[in-house]
Design a protein around this ligand. Structure first.
Ligand code: PEP
Ligand code: MN
Length: 338
């Protein structure tokens, strides 16, 4: 059930409702909107008649059931879009944010040259993996802490905050120390213990859609993070597995309007993993902007032919620059900026 407070409800009114919700045996979670506060009462729905009675309380506007299996991330619980502030960069607002950089951090020269070029082209967030989820155990696994240190150096040089992946609860502390947004990769989208752990952090989480997760399963994974207290989740569509072999994955752009209807969380699109080929990235990036994405994640490499991972889907800096130029009028046409 959700309890919607009236505009102008005082902290005391809110505390009073929360106390009663807890007395009834539910957990109370606050969802602070810019105008209204909503209190989600999480627990056994069988006893909901007691919660309905709260409607008579001072400054309570309505008490409603949430019909979806996910609660805190549902649009029913919060009508307004969630805007996440990362060092002053807002994800989910009018301006679309572009996260760009190499698939893996490989060396200082590689990351600095690539990061600088991305910044110059208009990217606002630096991406790069230091812990890599590779299909083969014999492939490059990432530079670990050394890579995180390089990310920090390039972040300082460019002024771009860092998004980087954590694969394992044991590495959360380390990744937390060096990152601004913590990425949960496609293969970990249903690693529920990892989701619970990052749900306790005070940094935004970028949650990639799994290779074979439905939108509902993906939102249930976001719910794991929100239910632990962390309300800052950015969804990222990166392609799903289908029977199609012409692309690495099938980029599901129709998930944008679906997600926008079902949840208040921002969604970005990763056309690099979504297609697997650099020459398909620009058209899918443009389509994502037109379809209402809140941002993009794009792999860029100074020398894709020498990349340790995902070279075939990485744009060269010049191509990325051109793409950014081409995206601007498309963003403007749909009332956004890039
Ligand atoms: C990545 O962003 O480098 C990555 C490994 O992505 P995904 O989890 O979507 O495969
Ligand atoms: Mn990659």
């Amino acid at each position: 059930m959700i309890i919607v407070m009236q505009e102008g409800a005082s902290q005391q009114d809110i505390d009073d409702v929360c106390r009663r919700v807890v007395d009834f045996g539910y957990t109370a979670k606050l969802l602070q909107g810019s105008v209204r506060t909503v209190i989600a009462a999480l627990g056994d729905a069988r006893d909901k008649a007691r919660l309905t009675a709260l409607e008579s309380l001072h400054h309570v506007e309505s008490v409603m059931p949430i019909l979806k299996p996910y609660k805190l991330c549902s649009r029913e619980a919060k009508k307004e879009d969630t805007v996440i502030d990362v060092k002053g960069i807002k994800i989910g607002g009018k301006k679309m944010q572009v996260m760009a950089g190499p698939c893996s951090v490989e060396s200082k020269e590689q990351l600095m040259a690539t990061g600088m070029a991305c910044k110059e082209a208009g990217a606002t967030i630096l991406r790069g993996g230091a812990f890599k989820p590779r299909t083969s155990p014999y492939s490059f696994q990432g530079m670990a802490e050394e890579g995180l240190i390089l990310l920090q150096e390039v972040s300082q040089a460019t002024g771009m905050p860092i998004v980087t992946e954590v694969m394992n609860p044991r590495e959360i502390e380390l990744v937390y120390k060096y990152s601004d947004i913590i990425q949960i990769g496609a293969r970990n989208v249903q690693n529920f213990s990892l989701l619970k752990d990052v749900g306790q952090l005070d940094k935004p989480i970028l949650l990639k859609r799994g290779l074979a997760t439905t939108i509902e399963e993906w939102l249930m994974s976001a719910e794991y993070i929100l239910s632990e207290g962390n309300q800052e989740v950015i969804l990222c569509e990166r392609g799903i597995r289908t029977f199609e072999k012409a692309t690495r994955n099938t980029l599901d752009l129709s998930c944008i309007p679906v997600v926008k209807e079902l949840t208040h969380l921002p969604i970005i699109i990763d056309p690099s993993h979504g297609t697997g080929y650099w020459h398909m990235v620009p058209s899918m990036a443009k389509a994502s902007v037109a379809a209402g994405a809140d941002g993009l994640m794009i792999e860029v490499h100074w020398k894709p032919e020498e990349a340790y991972s995902d070279g075939p889907q990485s744009l060269k800096p010049g191509k990325f620059h051109t793409l950014m130029e081409e995206l601007r009028p498309i963003a403007a046409a749909v009332g956004r900026e890039i």
